[in-house]
Design a protein around this ligand. Structure first.
Ligand SMILES: [Zn+2]
Length: 276
């Protein structure tokens, strides 16, 4: 038997048992198209989280979807220090109706989303009453909630359980420091954690330095590490959008899709698309 065949057979036997799963989410998408497209093209297993009121929200979500990447809504939530807030940032004392409107609009602005994670949000996610209003609305959709964990005293899981919304929780921030050595070290910690507990969720941002590190690290990803989407880490597989939602999105976005398809063909000519 050739070495190659032996390797394939051994991989089939060994990998499913020993693979540790790593999910990477890059958020704050919607402002810097060029670097964001490069991040998307790194791997379809990189999940991107799009700010609903950013200038290129719909375009970059559609682009990512066409490349096979999963899309999330990066929902702005009130931090402790109220600076640099996005439009429609959620506050704990907002009415249920106001929070519902903001979530409904975010779903329209970020097509193809399969989940939500919070942008900032220490003030909001540490408020049980605030998060209950969020989860009450999110539970109307087939969306999971990834807690970015910007604060230790988060009440996300507690609120989500009341409304049966599936949750996940961020383990590592890749680029609190945007020094490439620091990002690489954070990536390695994520891998160690994935080996230890079976999986890890890392969140990063569309910085050139983060892209550079991911480009290298994903090329030489250890054989026992399997890159997955956060959704694959959920115990139950949820449906994506309902048929009605998909149809509406298709009609609304027909022109965007055609434009993006042309763009995609262009970029396929000039760049390689790595699969891991
Ligand atoms: Zn953010």
């Amino acid at each position: 038997m050739s070495r190659f065949l032996t390797f394939i057979l051994l991989s089939m036997i060994i990998l499913p048992v020993s693979a540790a799963r790593l999910a990477i989410v890059i958020d704050d998408f919607g402002y810097r198209q060029e670097i964001e497209k490069k991040v998307v093209r790194l791997s379809p297993k990189i999940t991107v989280a799009v700010l609903p009121n950013s200038p290129y929200a719909k375009q970059i979500a559609t682009y990512a979807h066409l490349y096979g990447n999963q899309v999330m809504i990066h929902l702005p939530m009130a931090p402790i220090r109220l600076t640099g807030l996005e439009k429609d940032t959620l506050f704990p004392d907002m009415s249920e109706a106001e929070i519902a409107r903001i979530i409904d609009e975010a779903i329209v602005k970020v097509p193809y989303a399969v989940g939500i994670n919070n942008h900032m949000g220490s003030r909001m996610t540490s408020s049980l009453s605030g998060m209950k209003k969020v989860m009450a609305r999110v539970s109307n959709y087939a969306l999971f909630f990834l807690d970015s964990r910007t604060i230790a005293a988060t009440r996300v899981k507690e609120a989500a359980e009341i409304y049966h919304v599936d949750t996940l929780s961020r383990d590592i921030f890749l680029d609190d420091s945007i020094n490439e050595d620091d990002i690489a070290a954070q990536f390695d910690i994520a891998i160690q954690l994935a080996r230890k507990k079976g999986y890890a969720i890392a969140i990063g941002h569309p910085h050139q330095q983060t892209f550079n590190v991911l480009y290298q690290k994903l090329r030489y990803l250890p054989a026992d590490i399997q890159l997955v989407t956060p959704r694959e880490l959920l115990p139950s597989t949820q449906p994506n959008h309902t048929v009605g939602q998909v149809w509406k999105l298709l009609v609304d976005d027909a022109n965007v899709l055609i434009n993006q398809w042309n763009l995609q063909l262009d970029s396929r000519r000039i760049s390689s698309h790595f699969y891991y």
